[in-house]
Write a protein that binds this ligand. Structure first.
Ligand code: FES
Length: 131
């Protein structure tokens, strides 16, 4: 079996699950935790190769580990729990919060004009970390 290569940059950009069918047969399961990291569970060492943006192998800490999705971990590419301290919100929750701050406008559309002198809403929490 050819080892699967997972690019850290890809995982940090993507909020989607890799295209493995959700069965018990998958040698690798990647779960997107709500407002948290990518939880990676590997059946056998050698099924997965974790590489950096240049294709260099990154040592994995075992068969189960979490990859940072918020961009704030001091142990990148692995999660160190900082996401919970900074109030990281996953993409859907961040988009809904952003829309609510803009008066119900759809993310990506222009914000409604503010009343003169009205307080500006706080900027939304970033949904994705640096690439
Ligand atoms: S997702 Fe946990 S520290 Fe970034």
């Amino acid at each position: 079996m050819v080892p699967l290569q997972i690019s850290v940059a890809f995982l940090q950009r993507s909020a989607r699950q890799l295209p493995f069918p959700e069965t018990n047969m998958s040698p690798v399961n990647i779960t997107i935790r709500n407002n948290g990291p990518y939880r990676v569970e590997i059946e056998n060492e050698g099924d997965v190769k974790l590489v950096d943006h240049e294709g260099n192998a990154v040592a994995m800490p075992g068969l189960k580990f979490s990859l940072c999705r918020c961009g704030a971990s001091l142990k990148k590419p692995f999660c160190d729990g900082t996401h919970s301290k900074i109030g990281f919100k996953g993409a859907q929750e961040a988009a809904a919060e952003f829309d609510a701050q803009r008066g119900g406008a759809v993310a990506g559309s222009p914000a409604p004009a503010a009343e003169p002198g009205a307080a500006q809403p706080a900027p939304p929490v970033r949904a994705e970390g640096p690439v």
